[in-house]
Design a protein around this ligand. Structure first.
Ligand code: SF4
Length: 497
C-alpha cells in the first residue's frame, strides 16, 4: 500500500521513483487474509493464502496469530516465501490469524511499515492488515495524538488501527460505524483480537474482500484465488460498507452502513491488479479481460496476421481480441517467471536488458508478421518501447498496439502507486505522440465506456478516476492539507543559514 502521511508526503512532493525499464506497471494493491478455524494450523493457512496474493505486493509480509490469550506477530521484508521460516509458523499458534503482503514505494520500504500492525486501546487489543489508502490520515493522526496515541510507522494503516482501538464504543457495530464516519478513502481490513476475526470493506467498496468457508472455519481474503489455494469454498464478497465478525458463534454482519447508491470499485483490479482466476463482485477477472479484448477489437479493428498479448496480464484480452476479430491468437513473447525485484539500473544498455530478462520474443513465430500486440496499460511509457523494439529486432513487419486501460491521466489516491501527473505519459502526450514515442504502427486505447461495458456493471459502480480525473471522494482538500503539512515540516527542519 502506498502510504501518504506527514512523514511520507503527498504525491506531488515525492521524488520520482526511478524505475528500470520493464517495470512500467501500476504498483501496489497489498494482499490481506484472515482465518478463523479451531483445530487448524491457521498461521500456515494464512501463509498459503498470502502466497496466492503475492502478486499484490512483494516488499514485506507478516502474519499475526491469536490463541485466545495472546496475539503474536511476525513481520519481515521480502517475499512471502522468504519472510517465514518453519519455526516462525510453529510459533504463531492459535485459531485466529491475519496476514498481509505489501508493496510500498522505495521511500517507505521499511520493516516498521510492515503489517499486521498491533494496536492496544481501552478494552481492546488487535492486529490489523489493510489494503487501500486513507486520504485524511494526517487529520486523524493529529486527533489520535491528542488522545495520547504514539506511532511507530509512517503507514496510514497504523492510524486506522489506533482509530479502531480508541473508538468511543464497546460493540463492534458502534466501533466500525464510528471509524467509517471518520475514515475517508479506500480500506479493506482484516483484524484479529484475542477471540474475534473482523473484516471491513469501505462504503465505496474500492478494494476487494471476500469470504470463504474452510472445514467449519472462515476465511477472509483480498481475492478469491487465495481461497482456491487453501481449499476454502467461496461464499460471497464482503459488501461495501459492511463489517463481518467471526467468533465462536460463527460469522455474522456486525455492521452495514446504509447504502447511499454510491459505489466505486477500482476498475484497475480487473485490468491489471487482480489475478485472472479471481472473482471480484461476481465477475471473473479472466472473463472481464477477454471482454476488454473483444471491445478493443470492435473499437480499434486492424488487418493483421496474429494477435499476441504481453504476458501475462494481457493474455486473456489478446484471446478476446482474437475471437472477436477472427485473427489467430499466438504466443509471441515468453515471460521469465523467476525474475524477482528489479533494481535501479545505471545505464541504457542494462535497462534494455531489464526488459529482455523478463520477456523474450519467439522469432520463428512472429518474423515477417503483422502483429496486434495487446497490453494491459501504459503508465510512464518506459516499458512498451522496449517491447516494440524487441519485436522489431526479430523482424516483425507491423506492430499494432492495443491497450485495455484508457489513457491514464491522473494519479490514484486510493492505494495504487501511479507516478505523479508529470510522469504519466497519457497526461502529457496525445495518442499519436505516444504511438510515435513507443514506435508502433498504430495505437488504440480502450475507451472508458467500452471498458465499463466489458467489466459488466454500469459506470456509476466503478472508480475510473485515473482515466477521467473525477474522483469518487473529493481528494483536493486533503491533498492540499498534506502539501501544506509537508512544507511546514520541511521549513521546520531546514537548517538556518
Ligand atoms: S484512481 Fe484508478 S487505480 Fe485508483 S482506485 Fe480509481 S480506478 Fe483504481
Amino acid at each position: 500500500m502506498r502510504t501518504i502521511g506527514p512523514n511520507n508526503p503527498a504525491p506531488e512532493f515525492i521524488a520520482p521513483t526511478v524505475e528500470p525499464a520493464g517495470d512500467d506497471i501500476p504498483r501496489e494493491a497489498c494482499g490481506i487474509v484472515g482465518v478463523y478455524a479451531r483445530g487448524e494450523d491457521v498461521a500456515r493457512i494464512a501463509f498459503f493464502g498470502l502466497y496466492a496474493l503475492q502478486h499484490r505486493g512483494q516488499e514485506s509480509a507478516g502474519i499475526s496469530a491469536s490463541d485466545g490469550e495472546r496475539i503474536r506477530v511476525q513481520t519481515s521484508m521480502g517475499l512471502v516465501s522468504q519472510a517465514f521460516q518453519e519455526e516462525d509458523l510453529e510459533r504463531l499458534q492459535g485459531h485466529i490469524a491475519v496476514g498481509h503482503t505489501r508493496y510500498s514505494t522505495t521511500g517507505s520500504s521499511r520493516i516498521s511499515n510492515a503489517q499486521p500492525i498491533m494496536s492496544k486501546g481501552p478494552g481492546v487489543e488487535l492486529a490489523l492488515a489493510h489494503n487501500g489508502n486513507v486520504i485524511n490520515a494526517l487529520e486523524l493522526k493529529d486527533e489520535l495524538s491528542e488522545l495520547g496515541c504514539t506511532f511507530s510507522s509512517t503507514a496510514d494503516s497504523e492510524i486506522i488501527a489506533h482509530l479502531v482501538t480508541h473508538a468511543p464504543a464497546t460493540s463492534w457495530a458502534d466501533r466500525i460505524a464510528y471509524c467509517m464516519r471518520k475514515l475517508e478513502g479506500a480500506y479493506s481490513l482484516v483484524m484479529a483480537t484475542k477471540d474475534t476475526l473482523i473484516g471491513v470493506r469501505d462504503p465505496l467498496g474500492v478494494r476487494p474482500l471476500c469470504i470463504g468457508r474452510l472445514n467449519g472455519g472462515w476465511v477472509l481474503a483480498s481475492e478469491s484465488c487465495a481461497l482456491d489455494h487453501i481449499g476454502a469454498e467461496f461464499v460471497r464478497d464482503v459488501r461495501p460498507g459492511e463489517a463481518v465478525v467471526v467468533d465462536q458463534d460463527g460469522l455474522r454482519t456486525a455492521y452495514q452502513r446504509e447504502p447511499d447508491g454510491r459505489r466505486a470499485t477500482c476498475i484497475f483490479e480487473y485490468i491489471y491488479l487482480a489475478r485472472p482466476d479471481s472473482v471480484i463482485d461476481d465477475r471473473l477477472v479472466y472473463s472481464a479481460r477477454m471482454d476488454m479484448g473483444a471491445e478493443l477489437a470492435r473499437e480499434h479493428p486492424v488487418e493483421a496476421d496474429m494477435v499476441i498479448g504481453v504476458p501475462e496480464s494481457a493474455t486473456a484480452a489478446a484471446v478476446g481480441y482474437s475471437k472477436e476479430s477472427g485473427i489467430p491468437f499466438g504466443e509471441g513473447l515468453v515471460k521469465n517467471h523467476y525474475v524477482g525485484r528489479t533494481f535501479i539500473l545505471p545505464d541504457q544498455r542494462l535497462r534494455d536488458l531489464g526488459v529482455r530478462r523478463k520477456l523474450n520474443p519467439l522469432p520463428h513465430l512472429v518474423r515477417g508478421k503483422r502483429l496486434v500486440v495487446v497490453e494491459d496499460s501504459i503508465v510512464r511509457g518506459t516499458t512498451i518501447p522496449h517491447v516494440v523494439g524487441l519485436l522489431r529486432k526479430v523482424g516483425v513487419a507491423e506492430i499494432h498496439l492495443r491497450i485495455c486501460a484508457p489513457r491514464i491521466m491522473s494519479p490514484c489516491y486510493f492505494g495504487v502507486d501511479f507516478p505523479t501527473k508529470s510522469e504519466l505519459i497519457g497526461a502529457n502526450r496525445t495518442v499519436d505522440e505516444i504511438r510515435d514515442f513507443v514506435g508502433a504502427d498504430s495505437l488504440g486505447y480502450l475507451s472508458p465506456e467500452r471498458l465499463v461495458r466489458a467489466v459488466g456493471k454500469d459506470r456509476s459502480q466503478y472508480c475510473l478516476a485515473c482515466f477521467t480525473g473525477k474522483y469518487p471522494i473529493p481528494v483536493q482538500l486533503e491533498m492540499d492539507k498534506l502539501v501544506l503539512e509537508a512544507r511546514r515540516r520541511s521549513l521546520a527542519t531546514a537548517t538556518p543559514t
